[in-house]
Design a protein around this ligand. Sequence first.
Ligand SMILES: Nc1ncnc2c1ncn2[C@@H]1O[C@H](COP(=O)(O)OP(=O)(O)OP(=O)(O)O)[C@@H](O)[C@H]1O
Ligand SMILES: [Mg+2]
Length: 279
Amino acid sequence: MHLIETKHLSYSYRDGVRALDDVSFVAPRNVKIAVIGPNGAGKSTLFRHLNGILLAREGQVLVRGEPVTRRNLREVRKFVGVVFQNPDDQIFAPTVEQDVAFGPTNLGLDEATVMHRVDEALGLLGIEHLRARPPHHLSGGEKKRVAIAGVLAMEPGVLVMDEPTAGLDPRGRDDLIGFVNELSRGFGMTVVLSTHELDLVTEFADYVYVMDRGAVLAQGTPGEVFEQEEMLRRARLDLPVLSKLCRSLREQGADLPVSYTFDEVERNLAVALHLRREP
Ligand SMILES: Nc1ncnc2c1ncn2[C@@H]1O[C@H](COP(=O)(O)OP(=O)(O)OP(=O)(O)O)[C@@H](O)[C@H]1O
Ligand SMILES: [Mg+2]
């Protein structure tokens, strides 16, 4: 049984925009998934279904094998934490601390446990110093971190983040990826995120879904997906910069496999340049 699964999920907004078209998506245990695709592809609409912000009308959304309905929304939201694309949709308390405490308090936890979770979440996101600040006066990247901390403090079984790195500075982005990898390694957490940064996908994801016009155009490991140049062109996506470099050098005659992560490319290049012997 998968933690989250959508089966033939389609969705049209009231004004008739068909935002999802027969999407079958699975999030198994302890897998890091990236959802990529151009603007308007349907990524956020899919994510809104994963914790019942939108309820399936055509097709199904299953969380731990159970269809998401009005009746089990509370349980579903406890288990699937979604960080929205726009932090302003998520942040509303007068201080950062109160904001992050809101979710766990609502779960009915006692005050000491809530405070413990707040401390932990603020620590993980490196924003303890913002604790007493009103969230609405924070910078975009700071708000983003507060929104993530708020969801994390609920200790969800699955963490879903809609473009979590948009608006983060390079250090913030690296910290985020580091901390997501930590959640995955340390706690076996399943993480689903959407992004426009393809370089991030190769660093982060075990598995990738490519969406375009509401449909899943391709899925597989980063290697399998970034191999399909024609499909990527159709989806108006580029290649990660490292694989572009490998391809270009290969075309010029270099004996270099096309790889995707920094470590792999560095290793292969070092061998090709005779700086190192074995691959
Ligand atoms: N609340 C809404 N009402 C009507 N149409 C919407 C609404 N939200 C999204 N849409 C439309 O649904 C389609 C999918 O939008 P969605 O926000 O899911 O795309 P996305 O892949 O998240 O894009 P982006 O990369 O820009 O965040 C688009 O055509 C969009 O205009
Ligand atoms: Mg979106």
